[in-house]
Ligand binder design. Structure first.
Ligand code: NAD
Length: 493
């Protein structure tokens, strides 16, 4: 845990103890806005990952396996209260680590508490079923049992919230967890471990190993991991999924997106402009569900683009702790350079720059100018690939059929929005779009009780809602012979 007020020092958390990495190695964490080193964190080894899996296995096979749903629910509710109590502190830690706006991380941190409360209630009310057996001498019932040891691997953009999407249903189901946060934003996961300790969860039920891709890979490769729950880039997810499958571990993958924001000519344009801004410029575009493709009816294309550009021109880039700031820095230099590279290649390919650009922004070294590009073609890189930054590509459509075709012409399928006042069209288009979430006249809304996940390259499985409990449990069918008769063994079946 933190040992200094200047530069904090974090250990990893294995089997209920805070310890340095096995070889003592550490990695520095930098504040993306100030550029200052603010924390050093254990850089765990493959041996640390194995120790964490061992602890999680022992806890799973030990007292945790004997707990009732009600006992786990009580612990989860206590954890929810502790997260709510410390939401402000957790939000400051997250903003310091990833540079996203304090007002966003504050809202996320306090909302995170609801995931623990929701899954407390969900597990208390999760029922098996009695199957109508097709023979008179049998009672057949099903129950749901915890999958086992879960490796939860998370990215840097919303570390605490995305971790809660995994940890709350996993612990509720009776699984144990080894979490591996992003090397760029490990602090809030370690702070959550402290709250899990304070809530009274038994040792080994929740463990944290910190470090980069190597320790993440060691965790995924470990043969005693029963399930990998991953949020991150699509390519990484494909690699992790293949490794996990080779070990016959279950997998949930929440990956990238290239989500369309589809605006029809009859839409409330004030609302649509807000939705476009929220979709791509909130969180500096570092959001898996970013509305990075604006598909707009050709009759209102110029007007909508002008209105969005006008609003973007009024956005303030600056200190993410300042309540007046709209856009903070991106998470790190690699990310900044990647985003600027996308913009410059789009310009070179003939896109029209309506706003922004790939030049440095005066607000600081890790800022990217909020950028709007028109005149792009559907096969351009900027339309096809995830940028994970504040870059909007705009494409016009002539009619509803073309809007749907463009929306679906992507390998991704995480989210989409439809803006129209026509209720028939709204549902018709929502039905045709291949995406895990479709908003109608809204953008970027999620909840603990609503499934979230992707079609296609956006992932596999669903988080949130009751469906997520199925991701952390196995169904067991129990056949009970009722007659007690000794039967001819060759007629059984
Ligand atoms: P990333 O894939 O680079 O890293 C994610 C995590 O995986 C990190 O903890 C990293 O250390 C770890 N990792 C990397 N390589 C690994 C390997 N070979 N084995 C095991 N672990 C490994 O992703 P990122 O850059 O941190 O996050 C951005 C990406 O996450 C974007 O593509 C974004 O769309 C996606 N994302 C998706 C969702 C969603 O819910 N669908 C939410 C947020 C972010």
């Amino acid at each position: 845990m933190p040992t200094s007020t200047d530069v904090r020092s974090y250990h990893c958390f294995i089997d209920g103890t805070w310890r340095p990495a096995a070889d003592g190695a550490t990695r520095d964490s930098y504040n993306p806005y100030t550029g200052q080193r603010w924390a050093t964190v254990a850089e765990c080894t493959a041996g640390d990952a194995a120790a964490a899996v061992h602890a999680a296995r022992a806890a799973f096979d030990g007292p945790w396996r004997q707990t009732t749903a009600q006992e786990r629910a009580r612990l989860l509710r206590r954890l929810g209260d502790l997260v709510e109590r410390d939401a402000e502190r957790l939000a400051v830690v997250e903003t310091t680590d990833n540079g996203k706006l304090l007002k966003e991380m504050r809202a996320q941190a306090s909302y995170t508490a609801e995931w623990f409360r929701y899954y407390a209630s969900a597990i208390e009310t999760l029922e098996g079923s009695v199957v109508p057996a097709d023979r008179p001498n049998f009672l057949v019932y099903t129950s749901r049992e915890p999958v086992g040891v879960v490796a939860a691997i998370t990215p840097w953009n919303s570390p605490l919230l995305l971790l809660a999407w995994k940890v709350a249903p996993a612990l509720a189901a009776g699984c144990t967890v080894v979490a591996k946060p992003s090397e760029y934003t490990p602090a809030s996961t370690l702070e959550l471990a402290r709250l899990i300790e304070e809530a009274g969860f038994p040792k080994g039920v929740f463990n944290v190993v910190t470090g980069g891709a190597e320790v993440g890979a060691a965790l995924v490769e470990h043969p005693d991991v029963d399930k990998v729950a991953f949020t991150g880039a699509t390519d990484t997810g494909a690699r992790i999924g293949a490794t996990a499958m080779a070990n016959h571990a279950r997998v949930t993958l929440e990956l990238g997106g290239k989500s369309p924001n589809v605006v029809f000519a009859d839409a409330d344009l004030d609302a649509a402009v807000n939705g476009v801004l929220a979709g791509i410029f909130a969180a500096s575009g570092q959001s898996c569900m970013a509305g990075s493709r604006l598909l707009v009816a050709d009759t209102i294309h110029d007007e909508l683009v002008a209105r969005v550009a006008d609003r973007v021109g009024q956005l303030t880039l600056g200190d993410p702790m300042d309540p007046g700031t709209h856009i903070g820095p991106v998470a790190n230099e690699m990310q900044r350079d990647k985003i600027r590279g996308f913009i410059s290649r789009a310009r070179a390919a003939g896109a029209t720059l309506v706003h922004g650009g790939d030049e440095p922004a005066p607000a600081g070294p890790l800022f990217v100018r909020p950028t709007i590009l028109t005149g792009v073609k559907n096969h351009d890189e900027i339309v096809r690939d995830e940028v994970f930054g504040p870059v909007l590509a705009v494409l016009p459509f002539a009619d509803e059929g073309e809007a749907v075709a463009l929306a679906n012409d992507t390998r991704f399928g995480l989210a989409a929005a439809v803006w129209t006042r026509d209720v028939h069209r709204a549902h018709r288009v929502a039905r045709q779009i291949r995406a895990g979430t479709v908003w109608i006249n809204a953008y970027r809304v999620v909840s603990f009780n609503t499934p979230f996940g992707g079609f296609g390259h956006s992932g596999q499985g669903r988080e949130n809602g009751r469906e997520a409990l199925h991701e952390y449990t196995e169904t067991k069918s129990v056949w009970v012979e009722l007659s007690g008769d000794t039967r001819d063994p060759f007629t059984i079946g």
